[in-house]
Design a protein around this ligand. Structure first.
Ligand SMILES: *Cc1c(COP(=O)(O)O)cnc(C)c1O
Length: 238
């Protein structure tokens, strides 16, 4: 497809597209000797109207990923009664932390101690805790957010020391490359960071690996992804 789908077409296609993505995920897990149930499907909802997001949850989507706080604050209320789990997967500006927090249980895009400290303070104000992931830039592309792999363990340890945050893993946006070896090497790098965090940096709960999107989820699952974040393959082109 080259033109944006209409919202009706997106909704009508949801069950089949969801099933197809789940089948890809299960095949990739089995090929890697993993249990299909050990990889979660996060639906990336950026730019979609509230009605399409709601239809995706009604079609069985239980985990949503929001990029932008301005969309999170309309998608969130539109699906709240269906009780999906919602993660923030896009850059979070400090001045939007308070607006975002009521709608999310995990911020996957923590890339600075300043942001983490603010999240922890606002969680204290609300007397709650928050799961976070450290976003890592495994491909060193200058346009991508995230800390370099060498800095990821240090940041994760500092974040874990904050009172209200639990570090549950690491997230990356894969290399923007058609070369599978390049993409896969990046995902392997994130897995190494995670393995070090769990085994050597005293972060036994940091087991999560959020990596892989529509075009490369197989590679990410082969390298250990526990969450793949999929938009286009479920909703059609944006
Ligand atoms: C849009 C987006 C995705 C999903 O990308 P698709 O190629 O549409 O599957 C995953 N992660 C992040 C952070 C995104 O912004």
């Amino acid at each position: 497809m080259t033109s944006p789908a209409t919202d009706d077409a997106r909704v009508a296609g949801l069950p089949a597209r969801l099933a197809a993505v789940r089948a890809r995920m299960a095949d990739a897990a089995r090929a890697a000797g993993r249990e299909p149930a050990d990889v979660a499907l996060l639906l990336a909802t950026k730019t979609l109207p509230d009605g399409v997001v709601r239809a995706a949850v009604e079609a069985g989507g239980t985990l949503l990923g929001e990029n932008r706080v301005q969309e999170l604050v309309t998608h969130g209320p539109a699906v709240a009664d269906l009780r999906p789990t919602v993660h923030l997967i896009g850059h979070l500006q400090s001045n939007k932390v308070s607006a975002a927090l009521p709608w999310v249980t995990c911020v996957e895009s923590v890339d600075s101690l300043e942001l983490a400290a603010r999240l922890s303070r606002r969680c204290a104000d609300a007397d709650r805790h928050l799961d976070v992931m450290v976003q890592v830039n495994v491909s060193n592309e200058p346009t991508k957010r995230g800390v370099p792999p060498e800095s990821a363990l240090g940041l994760a340890s500092e974040v874990a020391a904050l009172p209200r945050l639990r570090v549950v893993g690491f997230m990356t946006i894969g290399a923007n490359s058609l070369d599978e070896a390049v993409v896969r090497t990046g995902y392997a790098r994130l897995r190494e960071v995670r393995d070090d965090a769990v085994a050597r940096a005293g972060l036994p709960g940091a087991t999560g690996l959020s990596m892989g999107m529509s075009r490369d989820l197989e590679l990410a699952i082969a390298e250990g992804a526990t969450i793949v974040r999929v938009g286009t393959a479920v909703f059609g082109p944006r």
